[in-house]
Design a protein around this ligand. Structure first.
Ligand code: COA
Length: 144
């Protein structure tokens, strides 16, 4: 398992994984805009040349915000999601962030449990935040 930061040339593969894993995927244009914004950091794991897990965040001032976290389906439940989160925590702290936020679908129990295990707590709900009407839970990890 090889871990490294995203490169621009990874965006096609990440967009394909987004389509496979999310009902509201980030497309290549959205990924590129975020990646090129100057505030973005992405971490990924690859095995035999294929990306098996990835995550991304933006850091502005002392606040980090997770944009996405995903492990390809057949590689789940082996610690990859936690490894990606740890990479994001390390880089956020290095950039001076004091707290990290994220939004998660209230029905996404796997992600909620992952985030709770890694020190996030629920802050408040955003009603009907997603296009399909589902609520988001805003979570924070503080200090990072
Ligand atoms: C959420 C997700 C990223 C977890 O990735 P992962 O590589 O399986 O995570 P890990 O193996 O590091 O799991 C760490 C902990 O998270 C929790 N967890 C993860 N998947 C779980 C599941 N299906 N059911 C219950 N708990 C789960 C457990 O506490 C787990 O620890 P344990 O295995 O020791 O019990 C993965 O399920 C995924 O990509 N889902 C689809 C995309 C998604 O929903 N992303 C999050 C959007 S906010």
């Amino acid at each position: 398992m090889n871990g490294r930061a995203w490169e621009y040339s990874d965006l096609n593969a990440i967009a394909a994984l987004e389509r496979e894993n999310f009902s509201d995927p980030w497309n290549h244009r959205m990924l590129a805009e975020s990646f090129l914004s100057g505030n973005f950091f992405g971490s990924l794991l690859e095995e035999d040349g294929a990306i098996t897990a990835y995550g991304g965040m933006t850091v502005v001032g002392d606040e980090a915000e997770i944009q996405m976290v995903c492990t390809a389906e057949m590689y789940r439940r082996c610690g990859r999601g936690g490894k990606i989160l740890q990479d994001l925590f390390d880089e956020a702290a290095r950039r001076g962030a004091k707290r990290m936020f994220l939004e998660v679908r209230v029905s996404n129990s796997a992600a909620l449990l992952l985030y709770l295990k890694h020190g996030f707590r629920g802050l408040y709900a955003r009603p009907r935040y997603y296009a399909d009407g589902e609520d988001a839970l805003v979570m924070v990890r503080e200090p990072i």
